[in-house]
Design a protein around this ligand. Structure first.
Ligand SMILES: [Zn+2]
Length: 298
C-alpha cells in the first residue's frame, strides 16, 4: 500500500521547507544571495548556481559549483534512508538529481503471501512516490535480483552507461569498505558490491574511451565525474546539514510502506537519534548526513 499525498499538500510542504532558510534573505537582507528556484525543473539547465546558504551555522559544506548529481544504490528505499535530506537539499538548490537503483528489492518481505514479482512492482511504485516527494528528476532501475549483486563487468558496464547518459558532476553511492556499520551492524552485501562497482565505474571506466566502446555506437561519449560521496560509511569527513529538511525526508521515507512496520517509531528514532559524529551546536538539534568524500578529478 503506497501512501498517497495530494499534489497541493506536497507543493505546500516543499514551499515551506525549501524556503524556510532563504526566505528572509529574499525578503530583504541580501536578495542577491538567494538563487533557490521556486520548484524543481524551473532552474535553467546547465546554469552554474550560486548557493543560498541560509542559516547554516557553519556546517554547510555542499561543494560550491555543480549542476547534476546521481545516486547509485542497491535497493528501493536506500536513497531516502541513506541520504534523503541531502537529496532534498540539493534539489532545493537547483541541482538536477537522478537515481540509479540496481536491484528490484524483490526479497524484502517475509509475508508468506508475497511473491518476488509482486513485491518488485510495489517497491518500484514506492520508490517513484518517494522520489516525487523529494523532487528527484529521474529514476532508473537496472532490475538485478535483490541479494544477488556481484562485482561483475556487466554491472559495471550498466552503471557506466547510465553515468555517460546522465553525465553527473557528483555521484553518491555506498562505502564498499563498510563491513559493519558503526562497527556493530552488519552491512548488506548488495550495498558493499554496488559501492565497489560504482567506484570502478567512475574511475577509470566512465571517463575512458576504450572502456565499453559499444557505448560510442549508442551515442554515449566518455564522461568523467568530479567527486563521489560514500554513504553508510564509518569514516565520514563530509557533512551536509539537513536540519531544515528532516520533515521532507520523513515524508519520503513514509512512501516505503512495504519496508516499514511502524512509521511512527521510525520517525521518533530519526528525530531523537542525532548522529553523535556530526558537528552539532549546543543551541538546537542538528540533523546532518555524513559521507566519505572521494575526489576523482579536480
Ligand atoms: Zn538497501
Amino acid at each position: 500500500m503506497v501512501r498517497q499525498y495530494p499534489a497541493g499538500w506536497l507543493a505546500a510542504v516543499r514551499e515551506v521547507v525549501w524556503h524556510r532558510n532563504c526566505w528572509p534573505v529574499r525578503a530583504g537582507r541580501d536578495a542577491a544571495r538567494c538563487s533557490t528556484p521556486a520548484l524543481p525543473g524551473t532552474w535553467p539547465r546547465g546554469r552554474k548556481t550560486k548557493r543560498c546558504r541560509g542559516d547554516d551555522n557553519g556546517v554547510d559544506i555542499v561543494p560550491d559549483r555543480f549542476d547534476k548529481a546521481m545516486v547509485v544504490v542497491a535497493h528501493p528505499d536506500d536513497p531516502e534512508f541513506f541520504c534523503g535530506g541531502t537529496i532534498a537539499r540539493w534539489v532545493r538548490e537547483g541541482i538536477e538529481v537522478a537515481y540509479l537503483i540496481c536491484t528490484r528489492g524483490d526479497k524484502g518481505s517475509n509475508d508468506p503471501t508475497m511473491t518476488s514479482e509482486r513485491l518488485a512492482a510495489i517497491r518500484e511504485e514506492e520508490q517513484r512516490a518517494a522520489g516525487r516527494v523529494l523532487g528527484v528528476h529521474q529514476i532508473q532501475f537496472l532490475d538485478y535480483r535483490d541479494g544477488e549483486l556481484e562485482p561483475s563487468l556487466r554491472l559495471r558496464g550498466d552503471i557506466v552507461r547510465e553515468i555517460r547518459r546522465f553525465r553527473p558532476d557528483v555521484v553518491i553511492t555506498t562505502d564498499p569498505t563498510t563491513r559493519f556499520a558503526r562497527g556493530i551492524y552488519p552491512n548488506h552485501a548488495d550495498h558493499r558490491v554496488v559501492g565497489d562497482v560504482t567506484l570502478d565505474a567512475l574511475f577509470p571506466a566512465a571517463g575512458t574511451r576504450l572502456y565499453y566502446p559499444e557505448h560510442l555506437a549508442e551515442g554515449l561519449a566518455p564522461h568523467q565525474v568530479s567527486e563521489a560521496y560514500l554513504a553508510v560509511t564509518n569514516e565520514p569527513d563530509f557533512w551536509v546539514d539537513t536540519t531544515d529538511l528532516i520533515d521532507l525526508k520523513i515524508a519520503a521515507l513514509a512512501c516505503h510502506a512495504s519496508q516499514i512496520g511502524d512509521m511512527a517509531a521510525l520517525e521518533r528514532r530519526i528525530r531523537e537519534n542525532v548522529d553523535p559524529r556530526a558537528p552539532s551546536p549546543d543551541e538546537r538539534p542538528r540533523y546532518a548526513e555524513g559521507f566519505r568524500r572521494i575526489i576523482i578529478r579536480r
